[in-house]
Design a protein. Structure first.
Length: 160
């Protein structure tokens, strides 16, 4: 009887460990997964991003990105972008830990995988951008420096 109980407990533990969480950042298989927008390898542990979300009638899915710029532009094209369940995660450029992208402080002048130049950090710092200002800067870079790649206008029509 004890053997059956131990087997049941072990089965429950394995099932619980194998199920992916429904919220928060997911594990990244560095250099083995590609950016959902640009198809580059997700390899830089200090400038990566993730979006967790999807259509309301479906389970959420995690989309991974090599740069916060790719995540912001890609998410703006999704019909479900404003859903309250949509999460955006970005790595703190100083230590690679995942932080909520909407609460992060963004510093400029960084060398990032796709050239958007923003480093996210958990701690506020003078001169840092909030998420809205960082998003505007991403579109400014996209429309001025990435024109050769088919720059995209900001969905609000401002273009910067």
């Amino acid at each position: 009887m004890r053997h059956i109980f131990n087997l049941l407990v072990l089965t429950m533990l394995v099932a619980g460990c194998s199920r992916q969480a429904d919220t928060g950042p997911a594990e990244v298989r560095w250099d083995k997964e590609t950016c959902a927008r640009c198809a580059m390898a997700v390899s830089d542990r200090n400038y990566s991003a993730q979006v967790r979300g999807g259509p309301a009638e479906k389970n959420t899915k995690v989309y991974k990105f090599d740069d916060i710029g790719c995540a912001v532009i890609w998410l703006d094209k999704q019909a479900w972008k404003a859903d309250a369940r949509t999460e955006i995660w970005v790595t703190d450029y100083r230590n690679g830990k995942w932080i909520d992208a909407r609460k992060a402080a963004y510093v400029t002048g960084k060398v990032t995988p796709m050239g958007y130049g923003l480093g996210a950090q958990a701690d506020p710092v003078e001169g840092a951008l909030d998420f809205a200002a960082a998003s505007e800067r991403i579109y400014m870079v996209e429309n001025s420096e990435h024109k050769h790649k088919g720059g995209h206008m900001h969905p609000m029509g401002s273009g910067n």
